[in-house]
Design a protein around this ligand. Structure first.
Ligand code: NDP
Ligand code: OXD
Length: 308
């Protein structure tokens, strides 16, 4: 019974020493080293190998090293193989920090001041109170919830949109396509924390931007393919959007000739909003291995019909 890790090898070595300490009975390998392939029961990967069951015929759990699983082609994975996404608490903590930074930057006009500094312009913009800046989060899952909790003390009116809605203290919740327009109409800063599925691909489009108040701002920390990039450029040019903070792009790394690099209303980061932390990830993975052995439900099990 062994474990293979197939992602960033530097973090893989940290996983290896944590496994050696906490689960010395489970042989741990960092891809491309696998040990005897028929002994591999658990695979943690960003991208699994092609033809996964030919590579590991006795695999029992496929674990995503990230919270998102859109990089997996679920249709190519055997039906019986449970796919588990990463739910370690460090991801939510870092995401809450990043989105708070992005929302505060947009709220306090940082993109404008960065450009003014470059041009040696000393010009003030009147401060708007947080109580008058409505923040809306697309997605009310592990990360959407963590972000809303972190934002609450600032006093922004908060809302979230998801498939099934739900109740969260201090947050107006909206459910399903029928309530999307009402959610957008009350949102000055829109944060995308949806998983990428057939239902959400391209959701950040001209049509959606047109339903936000004029001059609204965007934070995309979901996936690059949520955003129709040309529609963002157009919305910024027309003033429908005032600024955007983007952590994810359709092509990563962003091509050198891409217009986002130099755009004065876009703040860009290289997909770093959050990162899985080995020290807490290994605890969650070992707990799932124990649950699997005991026949208990796995934490973070992906629902293949929903795609997340
Ligand atoms: P969860 O699965 O916990 O939550 C997803 C949320 O999105 C749920 O509230 C779900 O609704 C909602 N949702 C899904 N599909 C739809 C839809 N069609 N319409 C409306 N709502 C929908 O995911 P996480 O919060 O853990 O992660 C979200 C995403 O964040 C990841 O999939 C990944 O793409 C991205 N991410 C980005 C990182 C970065 O560094 N930039 C790091 C980590 C994650 P319901 O509650 O009803 O199921
Ligand atoms: C993730 C990511 O999904 O880092 O965890 O994007």
């Amino acid at each position: 019974m062994s474990f293979v890790y197939k992602a960033d090898p530097v973090r893989g070595r940290e996983w290896a020493s944590l496994f050696a300490r906490h689960a010395p009975d489970i042989p741990f390998h960092i891809w491309p080293e696998t040990g005897p392939r028929e002994e591999v029961r658990y695979l943690a990967a960003w991208m699994p190998p092609d033809d996964i069951l030919k590579t590991f015929p006795n695999l029992e759990i496929l674990i995503s090293v990230g919270a998102g699983i859109d990089q997996f082609d679920l249709s190519a994975l055997p039906e019986h193989l449970p796919v588990v996404r990463m739910t370690e608490p460090g991801i939510a903590e870092s995401m809450a920090e990043y989105v708070t930074m992005a929302v505060l930057s947009l709220h306090r006009d940082l993109p404008v001041y960065i450009n003014q500094q470059r041009q040696k312009v000393w010009r003030e913009i009147r401060v708007t109170s947080a109580a008058r800046r409505k923040v809306g989060v697309l997605g009310l899952g592990m990360l959407g919830l963590a972000v809303l909790q972190q934002l609450r003390p600032f006093g922004f009116p908060l809302a979230a949109w998801s498939r099934s809605g739900g109740q969260v203290d201090g947050v107006d919740t909206f459910a399903g396509p029928g309530m999307l327009s009402a959610f957008l109409a009350r949102t000055d800063i829109l944060v995308c924390l949806l998983p990428l599925t057939d239902a959400t691909r391209g959701i950040l489009s001209h049509d959606l931007f047109a339903q936000l108040p004029h001059g609204a701002a965007l934070v995309n920390v979901g996936r690059g393919a949520h955003l129709v990039e040309q529609d963002l450029l157009r919305a910024l040019e027309e003033g429908q959007l005032s600024a955007a903070v983007l952590d994810v792009c359709e092509a990563e790394p962003l091509p050198l000739d891409h217009p986002f690099w130099d755009h004065p209303q876009i703040l860009l980061t290289p997909h770093i909003a959050s990162m899985t932390r080995p020290e807490t990830a290994v605890d969650v993975v070992l707990d799932n291995i124990r649950r699997h052995a005991a026949g208990e439900a796995l934490i973070g099990l992906v629902d293949r019909t929903r795609g997340y």
